[in-house]
Design a protein around this ligand. Structure first.
Ligand code: HEM
Length: 422
């Protein structure tokens, strides 16, 4: 990939496009084709500066005063006025949730959420996660190949996060659909007609959540939304119903697509080289490392966004105020100055805790423990039930057309008959 011209002191890669099919299919091949000496470059295809080096991304995450989180959820392409109007009508604020606001607004939302989203509450989920995995796997007929995405990786996190929030089961499939619209609208490149259609769906999603929070307020239960409402009761001005609805809006999405792709990437990376799968089957103590190594090597959120609040130099490049940054998290996991032999998927690595897959600093992922627990338990169950699981040969993989969430959209596997009852 050649730099076609310069943007101030910054190289420009005119043909770098994270939404191009070739990129979606294999972003790591694109990464490998970039010259090493350009840690920051400008990509006109998305109008963002791309940041690739671990140390630079880390410094951005740790400096919220210089780098605002404002663009994290903004539509990547500017919406046509009709679509923007529809969103506003549904109560969708330009700054839609915790992950995209800076202090003090961020602290106002993060503190009560962290108070309600306790490690104990996550630990209590464990039996329910195991039960759900077993039910989903019991429904599979392993005598023929099956798609692990539709049978496990997609329904599991959705079931867990929606029940965790206390959302009635009858509405889960609708919510899953709304989350799909939200991914395209915020992180893809929809046409104007598509924007209007998807904005209409996101506005309905917003309205649904406002009604849901209002009805939860009258019928409480042992769920996270009720825990947030209890915090509201202590001091209604400190956490409003509208803010609770915005938190639930954040969690329904964050707790769902991310973990789906984490488990998909995890199983894919193990089965891609069957000896990796076999090593985990032989030694289940490797399961947590397999999850961590997947987060480094093939993270479910490969890119995240920030914007500069003042002129600043990053990676040797002078950036103006208002420069939009695409933090290429997937590239940071392949940074050889932090992870020796980064192109090797290594189940015995001891440095994966440094990975930036969950961000860092004040916005560090609130659901990291839950997401990793779901992935760990899913792999435990799969390796236990299907020790000889293999990929169906010759299948073509496709990935969602957006810049921030990546995992296989289907993953066909088969379990040889003679091994299933071991
Ligand atoms: C399992 C895969 C997951 C990955 C890779 C992931 C990754 C991330 C990343 C990169 C951020 C942004 C950090 C930043 O801006 O500095 C984030 C924020 C967040 N994540 Fe996750 N996440 C995952 C799962 C979850 C789950 C399961 C939940 C909830 C149940 C969750 C809830 C959140 C929330 C609420 C935030 C915003 C925190 C804030 O702004 O203070 N995530 N996550």
């Amino acid at each position: 990939m050649m730099s076609s011209h310069r943007h101030g002191s910054c190289p420009v890669y005119a043909n770098f496009d994270p939404l191009a099919k070739s990129f979606l299919d294999d972003p790591f091949a694109v990464l490998a084709s970039l010259p090493r000496e350009t840690p920051v470059f400008y990509a006109p295809s998305i109008d963002y500066y791309v940041v690739t080096r671990y140390a630079d991304i880390k410094s951005v995450f740790l400096d919220p005063e210089t780098y605002s989180a404002a663009p994290t959820q903004l539509p990547l392409v500017e919406l046509v006025p009709e679509a923007a109007q529809i969103l506003l009508g549904g109560g969708h604020k330009p700054q839609p949730s915790m992950v995209s606001v800076d202090p003090p607004a961020h602290t106002r939302l993060r503190s009560p959420t962290a108070r309600a989203f306790t490690p104990e509450r996550v630990m209590q989920m464990e039996p329910r996660i195991r039960r759900t995995i077993n039910q989903l796997l019991n429904d599979i007929d392993p005598s023929s190949p099956f798609d692990l995405v539709s049978r496990l990786t997609f329904p599991l996190p959705a079931t867990m996060i929606f029940s965790f929030l206390g959302i009635p089961e009858r509405d889960w499939s609708q919510l899953k659909e709304w989350c799909g619209h939200r991914a395209v609208l915020g992180f893809g490149r929809p046409t104007p007609e598509e924007q209007v259609l998807r904005a209409t769906q996101v506005a309905a999603y917003r309205r649904y959540l406002a009604t849901f929070v209002a009805s939860k307020a009258t019928v409480r239960d042992d769920d996270l939304t009720s825990a947030l409402l209890a915090i509201h009761d202590e001091n209604p001005g400190a956490l409003t119903h509208e803010e609770i609805s915005s938190i639930v809006y954040g969690l329904t999405f964050a707790g769902h697509e991310t973990t789906n792709y984490l488990i998909g990437n995890l199983v894919y990376r193990l089965l891609e080289k069957p000896e990796r799968w076999d090593a985990v089957v032989a030694d289940p103590k490797l399961i947590p490392s397999a999850v961590d190594e997947t987060l480094r090597y093939d993270p479910p959120i490969p890119g995240w966004r920030r914007v500069t609040r003042r002129p600043v130099t990053l990676g040797g490049v002078d950036l103006p105020e208002g420069a939009k940054l695409f933090l290429w998290l997937a590239a940071s996991g392949r940074d050889a100055s932090v992870f020796p032999a980064p192109e090797t998927f290594n189940l015995y690595r001891s440095d994966t805790s440094k990975s930036l897959a969950f961000g860092l600093g004040i916005h560090y992922c609130l659901g990291a423990a839950l997401g990793k627990l779901e992935a760990r338990l899913a792999l435990e169950a799969l390796t236990g039930r299907f020790p000889d699981l293999r990929l169906v040969a010759g299948q073509k993989f496709s990935f969602p057309p957006n810049i921030s969430f990546r995992g296989p959209q289907s993953l066909w596997v088969q379990a040889p008959q003679d091994s299933q009852m071991r």
